[in-house]
Design a protein around this ligand. Sequence first.
Ligand SMILES: [Zn+2]
Length: 206
Amino acid sequence: MQLRFATDFTSSEYVKRQAWKDATLERCPLHPAGGCSFARHGTYERVDPPGTRIPRWYCPEGHCTFSLLADCFAARLSGSLQEVEEVVVAVEQAASREAAADDLRTDIELPGALRWIRRRLKAVHAALTLLLGLFPDLLTGCQPSVCAFRQWLGVDWILPVLREIAELQLARLPPPLGFQPPVGRGGESKQPRQHQVGPDPPAPIA
Ligand SMILES: [Zn+2]
């Protein structure tokens, strides 16, 4: 289960300061009153930026692992939330997705670049659309785009700010902004209850 690690660090600052060592999870989320053997459970590695570690906890009674993902990182996608935001803004402001794809991904062919863009755009816009419904008092009249959200809330980088605003709703929001578990074709959750020891968790929208 992924949980929020509130921090202002950029991803490179996070690595440089080894900020995962400062992350704390006081109580087991499954047993907040205590009584289980909940304890810190090492870290797992994220590929980008090199040297990134994500801290984990484990509740043996609940058979559940918890990881604390810092606000700078995209969920279930390598890299930072800022990198995702840059892509979405570039597409929102481009004359066409094809033009944006030509600018953003010179290393791969156009169809692959368009798929890469579409996954990010679709996931972020889906999260923004959900947020309009979850926060009507704050967002009524705003459009579900990153550019509109930035202007509406008066911030330079909206996705890390939304992790804070929507902290209690992150499990209902799709990644890379939210921590919603992947859903199988039959509607059941495909989220493994434990993270594997190894690199990033599975990234269905990579
Ligand atoms: Zn527990």
